[in-house]
Design a protein around this ligand. Structure first.
Ligand code: OOG
Ligand code: NI
Length: 455
């Protein structure tokens, strides 16, 4: 239990995500442009669609929309990953899901650190997609040894950040002045350093093996490589990006545009080529940091997810199109089998829903005598059912984002090679199952609704 002089982890996360956004706006000015564009499009969307506005207001999502973003980092060792787990726990963020990116030719596996309760998600759903480099997949033994030596000698946390993590663990929380210090110290881990820790030859050798290896190994820490605001109309942002001096990747990843959006649609702009000073006073450049936007829809049940994966594969059988309108058309054709109204999605058990009584339970007039089944209560309008927002990531989309930044050539080097057990060993705990989290939120909303109706 949090004592009264401790700051809640939700507030620490909120402070940290805002500090991170400010830092990234200074580091990557195009990100500030993107934030403005997304805010404009969201504003217009909410003006045009009263239903969307009132629904988002009712579910509490309107508040979190302005602060909503995810980031991504890549680390090199088990120690770094497990320390990050402890750092994120201070902010109420826990590992959810396991993502194997080797299938897409990227030698990493990953999890997302994020809040997991309904209440915490409403406060600020900040998430960080965190990848661990798989040195074991580097074929060149000499290079593997060099990389692991470089990584073993770096320390990605400040001394004070480590002390504050320990303080938080020992005292089960941080006080306000400790929190402010913690946020500032934690930020240091994610800052961009234009000075590389290695000489240019070493960088180039690692780069030649895989661009991502150079990105992880040659710098002081896991610089945040993008922060992603949430838009309510990704097609519109994609259309407007070039008019704002931002050049988007060719296609929007994820499902097609739908009446009832599901999962996650994403697009990004290409990584910037940035100057780097290598040791020995040599100059060069590196591409790592980019911008991304996302549009979130409903969380799918296991059954819904299987249908999504099946239809996505089906659309890919047409070949991956480099033209977005053709790509979207392929997707729309394939997804015509996926029901697109809330009632069917609910009755077929494809989407998770959040249930609430539609009347004020304190007012006697609304009371229901002898409630029938939940479905009947929804049908008669006594209970509302709202799709639960998807809070996670999609491996195929993530691979598309990685690829657009690594160059399409970075493919087929590693075969599908998941190793969840090893990842969890390195992390120091098992990852949470995202489907279980949504199921629990749905179950709890049903139990609370029935309790309120029966009271
Ligand atoms: C992470 C790419 C994945 C997403 O939104 O799917 C990702 C990376 O490039 O490090 O952020
Ligand atoms: Ni991302």
């Amino acid at each position: 239990m949090l004592s009264s002089h401790h700051v809640s982890p939700d507030l620490i996360r909120d402070m940290f995500s805002k500090a991170m956004s400010e830092m990234y706006q200074k580091e990557v000015p195009l990100y500030a442009n993107l934030l403005n564009l997304v805010a404009q499009v969201n504003h217009a969307e909410l003006e045009d669609d009263e239903q969307l506005r009132s629904r988002m207001e009712k579910s509490g999502e309107l508040n979190r929309l302005r602060v909503e973003r995810h980031g991504a980092i890549r680390v090199g060792t088990a120690e770094e990953l497990s320390l990050l787990r402890r750092l994120f726990a201070v902010m109420g963020m826990y590992p959810v899901g396991y993502y194997d990116l080797t299938e897409a030719g990227v030698p990493v596996h990953a999890t997302a650190f994020r809040p997991i309760t309904e209440e915490s998600l409403q406060k600020n759903p900040f998430r960080v997609f965190t990848s661990l480099l798989r040195l074991d997949l580097i074929e060149d033994k000499k290079l593997r040894k060099i990389a692991s030596e470089i990584l073993s000698s770096r320390n990605i946390f400040t001394k004070r950040a480590l002390e504050l993590i320990e303080t938080c663990e020992r005292h089960k929380g941080l006080r306000l002045e400790q929190t402010e210090e913690f946020v500032a110290e934690a930020l240091e881990t994610f800052r961009w350093h234009s000075d590389s820790t290695v000489d240019k030859d070493t960088y180039e050798a690692l780069h030649a093996e895989h661009r991502l290896i150079a990105d992880v190994v040659c710098f002081r820490g896991p610089h945040i490589n993008h922060l992603t605001p949430r838009t309510l109309n990704i097609d519109e942002v994609q259309r407007l990006m070039p008019l704002h001096g931002i050049s988007p990747k060719a296609i929007i990843e994820g499902p097609p545009r739908r009446n009832c959006p599901v999962l996650l649609r994403q697009t990004s702009f290409k990584a910037l080529d940035e100057p780097v000073n290598f040791s020995g006073d040599q100059q060069g450049s590196h591409t790592a940091r980019f911008g991304e936007i996302e549009q979130r829809g409903a969380a799918l049940t296991q059954k819904g997810r299987e249908l999504y994966d099946h239809l996505l594969r089906k659309s890919q059988a047409q070949g991956r199109k480099m033209d977005n309108s053709e790509h979207q058309k392929n997707l729309r054709d394939a997804f015509s089998e996926f029901p697109d109204d809330e009632e069917s999605l609910r009755k077929k058990g494809l989407v998770f829903f959040y249930y609430q009584p539609t009347f004020d339970v304190n007012e006697k007039t609304g009371k229901v005598e002898n409630p029938d089944s939940l479905e009947d209560l929804v049908q008669t309008g006594t209970v509302s059912a709202t799709p639960i927002t998807y809070e996670d990531f999609l491996p195929v989309s993530a691979a598309g984002i990685f690829r657009s930044n690594l160059g399409e050539e970075a493919n087929a080097m590693f075969e599908g090679n998941p190793n969840k057990a090893e990842f969890e060993r390195h992390l120091g705990t098992s990852v949470n199952d995202e489907i279980e989290i949504y199921a629990e939120i749905e179950r709890k909303s049903i139990a609370d609704t029935l309790k309120q109706i029966n009271q």
